[in-house]
Write a protein that binds this ligand. Structure first.
Ligand code: DP6
Length: 358
């Protein structure tokens, strides 16, 4: 892969003590959790560098971790990638090999790797498995290849695998900066990373209603490309999303969960509106999604603070107070018609596990 393709994983300092000498058996294991965006990332300005058009803001969850082991295989002629016990193929394999190429280039270590990854969340169902997956891969691969990266550097690296993964490097609430457009490649790469967001005492929970755990029909990558290219609603949403972010940061700082929830819900519905207006339309929302949204509206009429957000799939995540999460989960479970319901709180950032750990 060419130097342009790397674009500088910034802060990538080869550590001659580990990966650079390429000893067989050099490896690392990392764990990362998914995050759910309250201000959505939808649309890239640079596909190759995975630079977004807008800032986004998320909460990392304490459920559904991904654990990933990376071992260097100096004798191997190609990467071996095993996802959930099965060899990866097609697009999933290609994305991981491209990511490893970037790490190899930055570390100046040519060796292939064996990657084993376990998700505890249904893959490809709009439940952010690519976020936890690439955050864990970034942390494990950086260590295995001997790159000494700061958390910011790891966030930039994870971004290259999947944009939302930049946020899963951090626990709790994180904002992913889009960076400024129109810069050269290196400056653009440098400017786009996630970092923790200061919040007051919120005690939030996200109730995850899995109305359909099957893989999505259109990948979020393809869907956001089509939206940016064809939807007349895209630019207005992107502009309003910038205001949403400013207002949400202020609400998080003063601990105003109601305003946080209201902004999250309108931002997500607006994102889905942009897709519905794409040509041809992208529709992730299913009948069961709307039934859950009705239940959320009814909860509010009953005086319970509950606000919904949906990603590239029909599943609904409901933001509420932790003290009311059981009540919200019960209402949502009834509406989700047999779908599983999980209660999540704010979770930790991506981290290395002790050698051999799991
Ligand atoms: C709807 O991060 O999966 O979940 O960068 O192309 O890998 P790529 O996209 P991805 O998109 C996530 C979109 C979203 C909103 C969000 O998480 O902000």
């Amino acid at each position: 892969i060419g130097a342009g393709a790397v674009g500088g994983v910034v802060g990538a300092v080869p550590d001659t003590g580990t990966g650079a000498d390429g000893g067989a058996g050099t490896g690392a294991v990392a764990v990362a959790h998914p995050n759910i965006a309250l201000i959505k990332y939808w649309g890239k300005r640079d596909e190759h560098l995975v630079l977004p058009r807008t800032d986004s803001l998320s909460m990392t969850l304490d459920i559904f971790p991904t654990t990933t082991r990376v071992r260097l295989a100096p004798e191997a002629g190609r990467d071996v990638v095993v996802l959930g016990g099965r060899p990866a193929e097609g697009e999933a394999l290609r994305r991981i090999v491209t990511f490893l190429d970037l790490v190899r280039h930055s570390a100046r270590v040519p060796h292939r790797a064996v990657v084993e990854s376990h998700n505890t969340v249904p893959t490809g169902a709009g439940l952010a498995s690519s976020a936890s997956g690439f955050a864990a891969l970034a942390v494990a691969a950086a260590r295995a290849y001997g790159l000494s990266l700061t958390a910011t550097g790891l966030s930039r690296l994870a971004r290259r695998g999947s944009g939302s993964a930049s946020r899963s490097v951090f626990g709790g609430f994180a904002v992913w900066h889009a960076g400024r457009p129109g810069q050269d490649t290196k400056a653009a790469d440098l400017g786009s990373y996630a970092e923790p967001v200061p919040v007051a005492d919120l005690d939030p929970a996200l109730v995850v209603a899995v109305v359909d755990a099957g893989p999505k029909a259109v990948s979020s990558r393809a869907a956001m490309r089509r939206t940016v290219d064809t939807s007349p609603l895209y630019e207005p949403w992107a502009a309003s999303s910038r205001d949403d972010l400013t207002q949400m940061r202020a609400a998080l700082l003063r601990g105003d969960l109601q305003v946080v929830g209201e902004i999250a819900e309108r931002n997500a519905l607006g994102m889905h509106a942009t897709m519905l207006a794409a040509r041809p339309a992208v529709r992730y929302l299913a009948p069961a999604t709307l039934t859950v949204l009705d239940a959320v509206a009814q909860l509010r009429r009953d005086g319970v603070g509950a606000w919904a957000t949906m990603d590239a799939g029909p599943n609904v995540k409901v933001l509420c107070r932790r003290l009311e999460a059981d009540r919200v989960a019960a209402a949502v479970r009834e509406a989700a018609a047999g779908g599983a319901v999980h209660i999540a709180g704010p979770g930790p950032g991506a981290r290395l596990l002790p050698e051999g750990g799991r």
